[in-house]
Design a protein around this ligand. Structure first.
Ligand code: ZN
Length: 301
């Protein structure tokens, strides 16, 4: 056993809607062991996670605390009777499923477990170890199969009554100018996620965003929506920094288009840092979620 008694072993789960990432670490940015697998039905998924952690403990000794950054919506309020549960979701079997209880029962260990949204975990990861270090108020938007956002102020994740659902903020219809009318949200006429998440891009242009050329007009339209999202967050929260994460944001050149669009839409109203500092992509890239989940675990000690 490669146990190290001096530094507590942390466990993290980035519990995404399409994949689970499990890791153990003593330093959140350097996982000692990691496992990734598709998110299936809840029982089988948790069993796979528990098996991973049991094997990790055989190698590295007992886990001291765990952080879970989950897909939502989720009950993340410690004092709520449903703390640890997934709420209304179309994902089969997950609605009402209590992830924290299932993991704790599976491991048979009374360890403290922090449960928060995946995007809240990601903003914490970026604030403690990534692009948002030394910023007081950070907004993090993730654009992938859905759109979510998280806010961190003086080291504290802002939770609100439930948690923010930035993906469903009302959006102007920029599609019209491009002769399009795509809306992928079943609830709203024109919202951020319905217009600008991965599935909306794919249904609008007929191919996945990843396959669209870098100079395609799709990215002008995408930048218009992302810039509007950033303007709204600027108007409401006045953050020091906005990070644009998630698969879609990684498109080459997109962040520059967003900055140019932001400048146009902002109309010179706000006095802000230079836009290449104010609007950035995360420095932990796709690892922000798991690093943040491990950072959640670290905060429990
Ligand atoms: Zn919506």
């Amino acid at each position: 056993m490669e146990e190290n008694n001096d530094i507590p072993l942390l466990a993290g789960i980035e519990a995404g809607g399409t994949k689970y990432v499990c890791a153990v670490a003593t330093n959140p940015t350097e996982p000692l062991l990691e496992s990734r697998f598709p998110t299936g039905d809840p029982e089988a998924t948790i069993e796979q996670a528990v098996t991973f952690f049991q094997e990790a403990m055989e190698r590295y000794g007992p886990i001291r605390s765990m952080g879970i950054g989950t897909f939502g919506p989720a009950d993340i309020h410690v004092k709520s009777p449903g703390y640890g549960s997934i709420l209304t979701t179309p994902k089969r079997g997950w609605a009402g499923f209590n992830v924290v209880n299932a993991v704790r029962d599976g491991l048979g260990l009374p360890i403290p477990i922090a449960f928060d949204t995946d995007v809240n975990a990601a903003v914490l990861g970026e604030a403690e170890y990534g692009a948002a270090m030394n910023h007081r108020f950070v907004a993090y938007i993730t654009i992938g199969t859905g759109i979510g956002a998280a806010f961190l102020h003086d080291g504290q994740i802002i939770h609100g009554r439930m948690h923010p659902e930035v993906g469903h903020m009302v959006m102007p219809d920029f599609d019209k100018a491009f002769g399009k009318s795509t809306n992928h949200c079943p609830f709203h006429e024109s919202c951020f996620e319905g217009r600008a998440a991965g599935p909306a891009i794919e249904s609008r242009w007929g191919i996945p965003g990843g396959e669209l050329p870098d100079d395609h007009e799709a990215w002008d339209l995408q930048a218009a929506y992302l810039a509007a999202g950033c303007i709204n967050l600027t108007a409401v929260w006045s953050p020091d920094l906005i990070l644009l994460g998630g698969g879609v944001s990684q498109k080459a050149g997109l962040i520059d288009r967003v900055r140019r669009e932001f400048e146009k839409q902002a109309g010179g109203y706000w006095s802000l840092p230079p836009l290449d500092l104010y609007l950035q992509t995360p420095s932990l890239d796709q690892n922000a979620g798991i690093v943040g989940s491990l950072a959640l675990a670290q905060r429990l000690l």
